[in-house]
Ligand binder design. Structure first.
Ligand SMILES: *[C@@H]1O[C@H](CO)[C@@H](O)[C@H](O)[C@H]1NC(C)=O
Ligand SMILES: *[C@@H]1O[C@H](CO)[C@@H](O)[C@H](O)[C@H]1NC(C)=O
Length: 343
């Protein structure tokens, strides 16, 4: 039973596959060689791309004797003619989205052998608009969604939305649906801005790529730029800095942040201090500064050391002092001794 049903399924499958193959070969035959070979007609150009409301023309030519040829179309039809071998389909202002013109020939005993002219009617969008799902400044590291609204564009299968940050192409969005008539489309892009993106300009651009027959360069319509402000916390490039004490010391704690930081120094009492500390009175030691804004804080330690010159003079002075002390004690000793001997 099982074996039988199995082989039945298998043979059905083989049959079905053969059927499919035959079907495909037939389809292939009719697509590649069919119409053109069967109908002795040449179209020039073989396909057209035309702006909605624009003018369009295509020639249909034959080299065989015939009983009549013509163009069928909802606009610009050419009635059947018997004594011409070249007829032109022409529309000065095409205002039909789904026009399907075809040229035909009556020859031998074939009636109306047709060749279709593929026509792509396009329209650039009325407007392209960029927006973001958020009001006010963004925060570094968080996710935001940019939205691009493209109004009244056709055909959507030839539309690409290009996303730019400044001059840099970030991403491209294409659409899988097809439509001959104009549609409204929305594309989205997720971004995670960082501190370098503060002040960046995002924009989106609708591009129509209509193939080799289409307009070059591709028609593009850009949105206005979207300026973004990014909030980020202070972050010093290094958390410690060693300063050799000269006659004057400058400790610079300045760090970029948005909004701007406030600064505090652990050895000062004031809450809002300057980011730069200049002093001639700082003794060697550690000084900590903290930069703070709404998003966070970051500290930096300045290690103040005395200069090598100072150390040198300190050693010399100590040496001199010791020498003086020795000489003095020697003199006192000698003086005291002689004094004793006199007495
Ligand atoms: C596209 O949007 C415009 C304006 O919002 C609207 O008037 C129009 O009907 C829309 N078109 C389609 C095809 O949805
Ligand atoms: C864009 O348009 C051209 C001409 O109509 C067509 O050949 C091509 O397949 C289209 N591209 C896409 C992605 O549909």
């Amino acid at each position: 039973m099982q074996k039988g049903s199995f082989s039945l399924t298998t043979s059905f499958r083989v049959f079905y596959m053969r059927l499919t193959l035959v079907g495909f070969s037939f389809l292939h035959f009719s697509l590649v060689t069919g119409a053109q070979t069967e109908c002795p007609l040449q179209l020039n150009p073989q396909r057209v791309v035309v702006r909605y409301g624009g003018s369009v023309a295509a020639k249909c030519n034959t080299s065989v004797p015939h009983k009549g040829m013509g163009w069928e179309a909802s606009e610009g039809a050419v009635p059947m003619t018997k004594n011409q071998s070249l007829i032109t389909w022409r529309v000065p202002e095409l205002t039909e989205w789904d026009i399907k013109p075809f040229c035909y020939i009556n020859y031998k005993d074939v009636d109306q052998c047709p060749v279709e002219l593929p026509v792509t009617v396009y329209k650039t969008p009325d407007s392209v608009f960029i927006s973001v799902n958020h009001n006010g400044p963004m925060k570094e590291g968080e996710l935001y969604e940019l939205q691009c609204d493209v109004h009244n564009v056709a055909p959507v299968q030839n539309l690409t939305v290009n996303w730019y940050k400044g001059q840099t192409l970030l991403d491209q969005t294409t659409f899988t649906d097809t439509s001959e008539t104009p549609v409204n489309k929305t594309a989205t892009l997720l971004i995670r801005p960082d501190r370098a993106d503060d002040g960046a300009q995002y924009r989106c651009e609708a591009e129509l790529d209509l193939g080799a027959e289409g307009p070059q360069p591709h028609p593009t319509i850009s949105s206005k730029p979207l300026n973004v402000e990014v909030y980020y916390k202070p972050q010093h490039s290094s958390s410690t800095e060693t300063i050799i004490k000269d006659d004057k010391v400058m400790l610079d704690c300045t760090v970029k942040a948005n909004p701007a930081s406030t600064y505090t120094w652990d050895h000062l009492k004031e809450k809002n201090s300057s980011s730069v500390l200049k002093s001639s009175a700082l003794s060697p030691g550690n000084y900590t500064c903290t930069a703070t804004n709404a998003l966070g804080r970051d500290s930096k330690v300045f290690i103040v050391k005395s200069t090598d010159r100072t150390t040198f003079w300190a050693i010399v002075l100590t040496g001199v002092a010791v020498a003086v002390a020795l000489i003095a004690s020697y003199l006192i000793f000698k003086f005291g001794f002689s004094k004793n001997s006199v007495i």
